[in-house]
Design a protein around this ligand. Structure first.
Ligand code: ZN
Length: 313
């Protein structure tokens, strides 16, 4: 009950983390997610329902609402934000442990830098298709992410969009992550094995290999260089799992009511306090109050930038 956990990314893995931690009675959960609930998420995102998607609720806000119904003693801190170098301290600092529910390597390296610098544990996890992988990172005892993967993958990786994702690989991987988290939170962290677990629930394969020893030359945990905490600018990125691009607005606040009035003559607009959705067929723009925008209907960064410039300015 005294625990404070940060769940980064409240999609397939993260929504399971949040549900399991809430039912276990974790006292406080910071839920960080930049995205909103979409009908195409519902087969694999255990915390959400059709009504969340119909209202286009941000996942962090929908998670807070659902946890209040599951276990009202749990305090959820919903953060509708993209985890970046500039807000990592504010979003992650209160937590004593971080669960990885992200869909991209850049954010994982940021989490790794933050956790190693602060000396707090985090649990890496990923799933796509019917395959998944997880590894606990306990500073000072187990290798960190960069000991095992010194650099992000250079070639295109399968994504939830190109390969799909089976709902039960998500719950299987997320369960192992939460099991490690519960050991740590209840003072049994020494029982967390330094292993890499991979599984494919379609082929029926589960494999555990001992994690390698920490790399004495690792830039992160040995040399204590934290480049991912220093980057202050991010380019637009194509989002895993759908035909969409996210545009960062460098902290430029948007008045959603004002924008709603401006866009109303141009097409269908729906807005609530969390986000504004504008249909610009065949595209759809979702704009958040911090200016961050998700352009759905394209994976072309240039098209997304142009639509943003055209409708948001
Ligand atoms: Zn390392």
């Amino acid at each position: 009950m005294a625990a404070h956990v940060a769940v980064v990314g409240c999609g397939a893995l993260g929504s399971f983390h949040v549900a399991a931690l809430a039912r276990a009675g974790a006292g406080r959960i910071t839920v960080i997610d930049r995205d909103y609930v979409d009908p195409s998420n519902l087969h694999r995102q255990w915390l959400f329902e059709e009504s969340d998607a119909a209202q286009a609720l941000p996942k962090a806000a929908a998670a807070a609402r659902r946890v209040a119904a599951i276990n009202s003693t749990v305090e959820v801190r919903p953060m509708v934000a993209d985890l970046t170098a500039s807000n990592a301290e504010e979003l992650l600092a209160p937590a004593q442990l971080i669960l990885d529910g992200t869909d991209n390597f850049e954010t994982r390296y940021l989490i790794n830098d933050f956790a190693i610098r602060r000396g707090i544990p985090w649990i890496y996890g990923a799933a796509v298709g019917s395959y998944g992988i997880t590894m606990p990172v306990i500073p000072g005892r187990t290798p960190c992410l960069r000991c095992v993967y010194p650099n992000p993958p250079e070639s295109p990786q399968p994504t939830c969009e190109t390969a799909g994702v089976l709902n039960v690989i998500v719950s299987a991987i997320a369960s192992i992550q939460v099991a490690d988290a519960l050991k740590i939170l209840t003072g049994h962290g020494a029982e967390v094995e330094a292993t890499i677990t991979t599984m494919d629930v379609w082929e029926g394969r589960i494999r555990q290999i001992p994690a390698p020893a920490p790399d004495p030359d690792c830039p992160t945990c040995a040399r204590r260089e934290f480049p991912y905490l220093e980057e202050s600018h991010r380019e637009p990125v194509a989002l895993c799992g759908r035909n969409a691009v996210q545009i960062h607005a460098c902290g430029r606040a948007v008045d959603l009511a004002d924008l709603e009035a401006r866009l109303a003559p141009l097409g269908e607009v729906r807005a609530n306090e969390f986000a504004l959705r504008f249909m610009a067929a065949p595209y759809e723009l979702t704009i958040f109050p911090d200016g961050r925008t998700i352009v759905k209907g394209t994976s072309d960064l240039g098209v997304a930038r142009s639509l943003y410039a055209r409708y948001v300015g």
